[in-house]
Design a protein around this ligand. Structure first.
Ligand SMILES: Nc1nc2c(ncn2[C@@H]2O[C@H](COP(=O)(O)OP(=O)(O)OP(=O)(O)O)[C@@H](O)[C@H]2O)c(=O)[nH]1
Length: 200
């Protein structure tokens, strides 16, 4: 399989943070986004940012900015679709996504997702961590997605599907289990940002 392309999902509204771009918030003197780029860039064939609105605010980031093609805010699956369309333009076969508000994700994200996808006709894998109640908890913004399913995803979104796990389950999506429970800690509120500072 060719090396996946990467897309950082930053297309949300950050309502719990009071609006704006969570990726541009500072954590220990660097933006969340720059921390995510540092972790993902070495693992992928090329990298882009999925965000809506004026792309100029990300001019310093130096990545292509791809907006959602679905009207309104349709959730992370809309970003996955935008990412898959971009990967298809690059001539790639697979996409790995990471969320812009999740600064500590594993540096072996991509190899572990690829390992879990071995033997699948259409590689579709979500990252997961141990969970006391459910056994494992899946992280729907961290996944390996096949370009081959992008038209299926487009149709599902058109029909109103929004929940990531409903769509991945439909296609026999697998899990890649990461042992570190806090690896996908994400920053949703000002309190989360303070907690992330304490985790540095
Ligand atoms: N492309 C795209 N990504 C989204 C959308 N909504 C959420 N996301 C992304 O999905 C991930 C998880 O988002 P949430 O934390 O649930 O939503 P959020 O908008 O970032 O924050 P809240 O409004 O506080 O829920 C983040 O990476 C968001 O950027 C959307 O409508 N389009």
């Amino acid at each position: 399989m060719k090396q996946p392309y990467g897309v950082i999902l930053a297309g949300g509204q950050a309502t719990r943070m009071g609006g704006g771009d969570k990726g541009l918030l500072s954590l220990g003197g660097r933006t969340l986004l720059s921390r995510v780029i540092d972790r993902l860039e070495p693992q992928v064939a090329g990298l882009a940012l999925n965000a809506n609105g004026d792309p100029e605010r990300f001019a310093d980031v130096g990545l292509p900015v791809i907006p959602d093609s679905i009207d309104g805010f349709a959730g992370p699956l809309a970003g996955v679709l935008a990412g898959l369309d971009w990967v298809a333009e690059q001539g790639g076969e697979t996409l790995v996504t990471a969320a812009a508000d999740t600064p500590f994700f594993p540096r072996d994200l991509v190899p572990q997702l690829l390992l879990a996808s071995e033997g699948m006709e259409h590689p579709l894998v979500l990252a997961a961590t141990p969970d006391a109640k459910r056994g494992t908890a899946r992280h729907p913004t961290f996944g390996l997605w096949p370009v081959a399913l992008r038209d299926d995803l487009r149709q599902a979104l058109k029909e109103g599907l929004r929940k990531v796990i409903l769509w991945t389950d439909r296609h026999g999506g697998r899990e890649a289990l990461f042992p570190q429970e806090a690896a996908f800690f994400n920053v949703n509120t000002p309190e989360d940002l303070a907690q992330a500072e304490a985790m540095l």
